[in-house]
Write a protein that binds this ligand. Structure first.
Ligand code: FAD
Length: 410
């Protein structure tokens, strides 16, 4: 590596912060710049719909590293400055009027929340999304006990927002177009668990209910559903999914395929441009997927750092081996998820009572994923087995009196 090498990282989020730190840990001592469109130091997003929205965490707790950390490591931060163009032939990027050269470029631009179109009233004041600090600043004044919150979307973000609003004393209704909440990401057993949990906290869940449009003149006042039901709302939070932020990469001519397409080394279609985190797609068990999770943002960006350094040294590149995991906090329940449930055809339930429960997903005899509710031991054992490519005897899993550790010894 030469001190004259230049690396630019675009996107100062979870993956960006990890990547620059890892590059310095690996001894990269050339020029390192982290450019981010948000004005904040890189911060973690999960608490935005959990502890931070609840008021149990402040900005310091959210921020990944203080300014001094970047100063000490000689990482130049350009914050509040979106990168507007990439010239991949000349190895330059534009940050407004400023042009930066790079030898290696990493794109960790994350994703954007899907917003409902203006024709459906998605533009009305009082209709919110939850992606960044600016969104929370807008939502926070809305959360006043006794007000009516309408949540659109019964995925993790919608359910977490519903839990916060219910805990803060609001009257909460959640509308989900699919026949059940969490349909895209979990088995019906997990949906049933969380439906019961939310209903026990007074949340009204309307599943299989499609929004027709929002109503209101200067501000949202409610929503009309396809079946003619009119719901009143003082404000709305939409959690209807995200799209990978690929505009910059696409305009630069990089291959886009369900996100910025990367090979097994996290390289885009341009060998000295890399991608990681929410914006990057890669092959996993033969399917091109993206993982929208902190674990993936961290692990994949570390591989990018390692492979950039390997390229600079002329060494072999390492493949990215994704180990999917995720979590969600709702009320006093911590859900921990390991693996990907795609293609499962059987669920085995382990019920230890008092809401401590886990659902184990099998594809024939193979354990592919698990959802563990307030059961960190089940999560830990299941995760290790899945990552080691081992399965778990369903009879042992289903017997809550058996110590799961025996599964590790097989
Ligand atoms: P981000 O953290 O989104 O960072 C991308 C950054 O790039 C952004 O700051 C963006 O502004 C910037 N950017 C985009 N374009 C440009 C440009 N042209 N120029 C400069 N900068 C640019 N995951 C879990 O595992 N568990 C959870 O419980 C969980 N909860 C979540 C709750 C919420 C409310 C949200 C929003 C996400 C949650 N996630 C959770 C997902 C997790 O936070 C993301 O997967 C993770 O942040 C992805 O990291 P990233 O670095 O790829 O993207």
């Amino acid at each position: 590596m030469r001190q004259t090498d230049k690396i630019v990282v675009v996107g100062a989020g979870q993956a960006g912060a990890t990547l620059v730190q890892r590059l310095r840990e690996l001894g990269f001592d050339g020029s390192l710049t982290l450019v981010g469109s948000e004005p904040h130091l890189p911060y973690q997003r999960p608490p935005l719909s959990k502890a931070y929205l609840l008021g149990d965490m402040d900005l310091d707790g959210l921020t990944l590293r203080p300014q001094a950390f970047y100063d000490d490591l000689k990482i130049e931060l350009k914050l509040g400055r979106p990168v507007t163009a990439i010239d991949k032939r000349e190895h330059k990027i534009s940050v407004g009027d400023e042009v930066l050269d790079y030898d290696h470029l990493a794109l960790v631009t994350g994703s954007d929340p899907i917003r409902l179109p203006e024709a459906l009233g998605g533009h009305l004041p009082g209709v919110h999304v939850v992606r960044g600090l600016a969104d929370i600043d807008a939502i926070e004044p809305e959360i006043v006990a006794g007000r009516k919150a309408l949540i659109v979307g019964g995925g993790y973000i919608g359910l977490e927002a519903a839990a916060v609003c219910a805990k803060r004393g609001l009257d909460v209704t959640l509308v989900e177009a699919a026949p059940r909440i969490l349909q895209r990401v979990a088995a019906k057993e997990t949906s049933n668990y969380f439906r019961a949990l939310h209903e026990s906290h007074g949340v009204k869940l309307l599943e299989g209910s499609k929004l027709s449009h929002f109503v209101g003149d200067d501000r949202v006042t409610g929503a009309l559903l396809d079946d003619g039901v009119m719901l009143e709302a003082d404000f709305v939070i939409c959690g209807i999914g995200i799209r990978p932020s690929v505009g910059l990469a696409e305009a630069a001519g990089l291959v886009i395929e369900n996100g910025i397409s990367t090979n097994s080394f996290a390289q885009t279609s341009e060998p000295n441009i890399w991608a990681a985190g929410d914006c990057a797609s890669f092959l996993f068990n033969g399917n091109r997927i993206r993982l929208e999770s902190v674990g993936n943002a961290i692990d994949q960006s570390k591989i990018v750092a390692e492979n950039i350094v390997a390229s600079l040294k002329g060494e072999a590149l390492k493949p990215y081996m994704a180990k999917p995991w995720f979590w969600s906090d709702q009320y006093d329940v911590k859900l921990q998820i390991a693996g990907l449930h795609t293609g499962y055809n059987r669920i085995v339930t382990r019920d230890s009572g008092a809401g401590v429960m886990s659902f184990w997903y099998y594809r024939n005899d193979e354990l592919v994923a698990l959802d563990a509710m307030n059961d960190p031991r089940a999560y830990m054992v299941g995760k290790r087995l899945i990552e080691a490519g081992k399965t778990a005897d369903p009879a042992i899993v289903a017997d809550a009196d058996t110590d799961l550790k025996v599964l590790m010894k097989r």
